[in-house]
Design a protein around this ligand. Structure first.
Ligand code: C5P
Length: 313
């Protein structure tokens, strides 16, 4: 085969706790990550010349090394220079549906698709964990995006423990088109404001990690208790993003005032989501919040929880 098309789903965080600082400058996290069926499509095609070409139908997505998908291809071409020379480069076409810089791991999922697609195109025969290890070098969310489903993520977010798949849950997502939040800004601001409460020694770090492993949200997921999951949604980054972006705070309040399982900001934002048990209810909530906010800059999506990460289209 000279060409593959892959589906690259977005993710939301059902839980994001910042535990402490890491020697590598990142944060030690405990997260619950969930794939949703709002997805990009990625076409990967062998071309005759030894180069990497990225095309995207979205004007804000860079076509060079500023794009994680490009960096994923560059990393593999460096790791396997003979294969790169033999197959003669690659053209990556990104059909964007996931909003950009939104806290939904769109760029990470595109990079995950490139790793999975190039492994097939170049017949590298890498295992999933080898692909995840390569992905982790490029971004903390990429290993999860490869596997998808429902997972507990610790470390930088790259150490994954799969959890029970959650079926028949729907997310209504909303994002202001002209608003994006810098992830490094969110984490650095959190460190400035809450660094005092960080776990400071290894024992403390491990016990905080264990607390999440055996904690209420993991138990609610194991029991598929949707009401509990909704009540236990948690994201530490809301503490810095919501005060800085009052319109995101208002959007979250508008969702929470509806009859939903729960509402929260995803990742470092600014996307806000609410959970429901049916698509019909999700559509009612979207239209109620759209009416209440009455802002033409506000985009809405309805997505179903997805049991997998990168798959062939
Ligand atoms: O790994 P990724 O590129 O997604 O991280 C983006 C930024 O988010 C990092 O540069 C860092 O500032 C912050 N981050 C962090 N700790 C993590 C993950 C991300 O501090 N575990």
């Amino acid at each position: 085969m000279r060409q593959y098309s892959l589906i690259a789903p977005a993710k939301i965080n059902l839980y994001l706790e910042i535990i402490g600082d890491r020697p590598d400058g990142f944060h030690e996290l405990a997260m619950v990550l969930q794939s949703i069926d709002l997805a990009d499509k990625i076409d990967i095609k062998a071309i005759g010349i030894e180069t990497i070409v990225v095309r995207c139908d979205h004007p804000e997505v860079p076509a060079d090394s500023g794009n994680l998908a490009y960096r994923a291809a560059a990393l593999l071409s460096k790791q396997f220079p003979d294969v790169f020379a033999r197959y003669g480069g690659v053209e990556i076409t990104i059909h964007k549906r996931i909003p950009v810089a939104a806290g939904l791991a769109g760029g990470s999922s595109n990079a995950a698709a490139v790793l999975v697609g190039l492994d097939m195109l170049w017949q590298l025969g890498l295992t999933r964990s080898q692909l995840q290890e390569l992905g982790a070098r490029l971004g903390s969310d990429i290993p999860f995006c490869i596997a998808g489903g429902t997972s507990l993520g610790t470390g930088r977010g790259e150490k994954l423990s799969p959890l029970q798949d959650l079926e028949d849950l729907y997310a209504i997502l909303a994002k202001y088109r002209n608003l994006s939040v810098s992830t490094p800004w969110a984490y650095n601001t959190y460190r400035q404001q809450f660094g005092d409460s960080y776990a400071s020694d290894l024992d403390n770090l491990e016990s905080r990690r264990q607390r999440v492993h055996s904690g209420p949200i993991v138990s609610a997921i194991a029991h598929r208790d949707k009401e509990k999951i909704g009540q236990l949604l948690h994201n530490d980054l809301e503490k810095v993003v919501l005060p800085e972006y009052p319109q995101v705070q208002k959007l979250r309040e508008a969702f929470a005032a509806e009859n939903v399982l729960g509402a929260m900001m995803s990742g470092s934002g600014p996307t806000v989501f609410a959970l429901t048990e049916s698509r019909e209810r999700a559509e009612e909530v979207a239209s109620a919040v759209r009416g209440k906010m009455a802002d033409t800059n506000l985009d809405f999506w309805i997505a179903k929880f997805n049991p997998s990460g990168i798959t062939l289209a």
